[in-house]
Design a binder for this molecule. Sequence first.
Ligand SMILES: NC(=O)c1ccc[n+]([C@@H]2O[C@H](COP(=O)([O-])OP(=O)(O)OC[C@H]3O[C@@H](n4cnc5c(N)ncnc54)[C@H](OP(=O)(O)O)[C@@H]3O)[C@@H](O)[C@H]2O)c1
Length: 223
Amino acid sequence: MTSKIAFVLGAGPNIGHDVSKMFAGHGYKVAIVNRSGVGASEYFKVKADLKDPLAVASAFKQVRDALGEPNVVIYNAFARHFVPDDDAFSLATSTFQADLAINVSSLYAALQETVEGWRDLATSPKVFIFTGNGLNVAGAVPQLLTYGVGKTAAAHLIEAAVRSYGSQGYNFYYADERNPDGSPVKQDRDAYAHAETYFQLAEEPEQGPWDYTFVKSKGFSKF
Ligand SMILES: NC(=O)c1ccc[n+]([C@@H]2O[C@H](COP(=O)([O-])OP(=O)(O)OC[C@H]3O[C@@H](n4cnc5c(N)ncnc54)[C@H](OP(=O)(O)O)[C@@H]3O)[C@@H](O)[C@H]2O)c1
């Protein structure tokens, strides 16, 4: 039996590491993208900077040529610049543009490549997971402008994906780990909880709530 394929765009030492390890541990072939080119020897590694949305098509081509069409695609990369709360627009326009390229445009390119590739893919699952946080529903946080604009736009893209392609058996999630009281986990994110959750979502044939707020050791929790 041919292995299923998981493709993690933005794989570093935390969430990307645990998610990749989880899928590999369940027999998936794993491909990863990051700027350093660093990753476990058994993974197919693509060294690319998602600051360039055009790099996404090339990354997918490399993965297709080496492993085949990904069943599970995880977009975990992000860009963030802090600005003073009382000067939200102090970031250079070029920096705003670069952050949004990583947070939004390359996500769009990855979604486009994914659904195009799934048209001719005979095997299941077909699941796309974006690593989000609570900024899509928090309202504007001036200090985190490009991060918040990015997560809000990402949630919009994921919801659009469900509405547009959900009937074809493709599943899409904006995954958002929360504390049990619903507050954001911020730097206390649990990489293993993400890995467990993402694997469960990949195993689930039916689309669940696309805005997938989850709590460690508990699973989906609506806030
Ligand atoms: N639910 C929450 O409250 C919460 C809290 C914290 C974080 N998060 C989310 O978790 C995700 C990141 O998690 P993490 O830091 O633990 O994951 P990680 O896998 O440890 O790190 C993400 C990796 O993405 C790669 N990356 C970043 N920018 C890139 C680019 N321009 N091109 C290619 N690769 C790039 C980096 O590797 P290289 O340096 O090698 O490129 C980085 O190590 C983000 O989406 C973040 O918003 C959510």
